[in-house]
Design a protein around this ligand. Structure first.
Ligand SMILES: [Zn+2]
Length: 547
């Protein structure tokens, strides 16, 4: 039982309450302290909220669950302010690594560096600088976007990439002035390097590999719970990982609820879809009924597929990653097997192509009235396509924090006209009737809903500027985007996303009232309790009753 609090329910019929009681994982009472009193039993845990804010548990709408754990196991390059910082981190890791072991890092972004490396190609370093500190270890450093990697000479060698290797379809091997690979591999060009990494990983025993996966899942779960997340929508895992999720859910070992998009090629999907489809396994801890595909890459690495060339690279319109005809085939499989389809689209061309596929499939299946297919990111839209989300009932699964992280290069890449017209246009989408979700794409961004909530309501960039303020969400809209909207985008709004009688008792308690405190205080909000199914799954040190 929670009492003496400010409970924001997101239920329009009863927007606030002082107290909440749960039994058997569900909410059985909501109201004033006196009204819920009668539910106290001999074994009831009573938490005095001391006026603090309780909200429906945060739902991460798009992240990469095992990626969060994997990130923790490798080098975290997100805070590097220069290329030299990264070289120093690699040098330290190289001294500690076992002979032949790969050194893997993630999260660097050249736009965060104080100055471009010297020498550089398009602002990216040359691999010789990395070779000098790697001690012979293969080194692969993934870009924050996940859509490019920087590798050293040893990896180029293992991957068989030389000056004469042509760019693969949907990828680019960035070359220096002399025509040699610089070390930067965009999009599909990362494939050969990642296959070499997988080959090394696969040489370890199955027990070692299973232990690693389990470690990643546990690390991810504890990080999410500590940040107030009660459900995580995983943006693409292979069947082998889903098998592990399933076992853990059934053994009540997951900690938080997962909703997972299955990620594999059409040929395999066809046989797997019926076998993997599950709703609420392990008492509501695992749902698998969505498929993930990729139409394009990311804007930062110029992999987003655009209608018109990049403003800062006039020869390029970005990359189409998966053939629209192939995605069309996936769409048919999704209809046949009762799955949602979730396609990654960042550039305006990619978004248009996905909307075209969806529209044509919807037209052929008029009997399907409530599909809730999603576009993951829906980041840069042509004005003509904005209303199509609402019209078609397509969910815009967006990430508030991408807006403020990417803002420094959005105008460079797109120019001011496209940026204003269609970049992170939350208000335009909502006004057209679209459901807009929220999340972090972790580990691309920190999985913290608080930092993302702040970005969503302020659109304030590090330099103090505000990125097209008219598209900001209100506090209520932002909270809804992170709870009810994400639940709806997963067909789970009947059990989650708001606090109502009979719904799951998934609740997050915060040290500050993020619905009313001044903007600048939002970021210093701590998670006090994360409650999953009526049980305290995380308890912070920021306040609340210790009794
Ligand atoms: Zn993603």
């Amino acid at each position: 039982m929670l009492r003496n609090g400010k409970i924001a329910t997101l239920n329009p019929a009863q927007p606030t309450a002082q107290a909440l009681a749960a039994r058997g994982g569900r909410i059985v009472a909501l109201g004033g302290d006196a009204e819920v009193q009668q539910f106290i039993g001999a074994h009831t845990r009573i938490i005095d909220l001391r006026g603090q804010l309780a909200i429906p548990g945060f739902i991460e709408g798009h992240g990469h669950f095992t990626g969060i754990g994997e990130f923790r196991l490798g080098l975290d390059l997100r805070d590097a302010l220069t290329w030299d910082d990264i070289l120093a981190q690699v040098a330290r890791a190289a001294q500690q690594a076992q002979p032949g072991a790969w050194i893997v890092g993630r999260g660097w972004h050249q736009s965060k560096w104080a100055a471009p490396p010297d020498p550089n190609v398009e602002g990216f370093p040359l691999h010789a600088s990395l070779d000098a500190v790697s001690g012979g270890h293969p080194v692969l450093l993934e870009h924050a976007s996940g859509h490019a990697s920087f590798v050293n000479g040893r990896v180029l060698e293992l991957a068989g990439i030389t000056s004469s290797t042509p760019d693969p379809n949907g990828g680019e091997i960035l070359k220096d002035a002399a025509g040699n690979p610089s070390g930067l591999l965009r999009e599909a060009a990362q494939g050969a390097a990642k296959r070499a990494l997988e080959k090394w990983r696969a040489q370890r025993t199955p027990a070692e590999q299973a232990a690693d996966l389990r470690k990643m899942i546990d690390l991810a779960a504890s990080e999410c719970l500590a940040k107030g997340i009660t459900t995580f929508e995983d943006a693409g895992s292979p069947p082998s990982t889903v098998d592990v999720f399933r076992r853990m859910a059934e053994n009540h070992e997951l900690g938080l609820r997962l909703w997972v998009m299955l990620r594999e090629a059409n040929q395999k999907l066809e046989g797997d879809l019926d076998r993997y489809r599950v709703a609420g396994a392990g008492g509501g801890f695992l749902t698998v009924r969505a498929i993930k595909r990729y139409m394009d890459g990311a804007l930062g690495s110029r992999g987003a597929w655009l209608l018109e060339p990049y403003s800062d690279s006039p020869a390029s319109t970005g990359l189409n990653l998966e053939d629209p005809a192939d995605i069309r085939r996936t769409a048919e499989l999704a209809i046949q097997h009762g799955y949602q389809l979730c396609v990654h689209a960042i550039g305006d061309r990619a978004n248009r192509e996905v909307l075209n596929v969806y529209e044509s499939v919807f037209r052929e299946h008029p009997e399907q009235k409530d599909l809730r297919w999603r576009i993951e990111h829906a980041q840069h839209l042509n004005a003509a396509d904005i209303p199509r989300f609402g019209q078609l009932g397509v969910i815009a699964a967006m990430q508030g924090i991408h807006c403020t992280s990417d803002a420094p290069f959005v105008i460079l890449r797109l120019g001011p006209k496209r940026a204003e017209e269609g970049a992170y246009v939350w208000q335009k989408l909502m006004k057209s009737g679209a459901i807009v979700g929220n999340g972090t794409d972790a580990p691309v961004e920190n999985v913290s809903p608080i930092a993302c909530f702040y970005a969503t309501v302020t659109r304030k960039v590090k330099d103090g500027s505000v990125f097209y303020p008219d598209q900001r969400m209100s506090r209520q809209e932002a909270l809804r985007s992170y709870t009810w909207n994400n639940a709806y985008a997963a067909f789970e709004e009947k059990v989650k996303g708001s606090l109502e009688l009979g719904k799951l008792a998934d609740v997050t308690v915060l040290s500050r009232d993020i619905l009313t405190v001044p903007d600048d205080e939002i970021l210093s909000t701590d998670v006090v309790y994360t409650i999953v199914g009526g049980k305290v799954a995380f308890e912070g040190t920021a306040g609340g009753s210790r009794r």
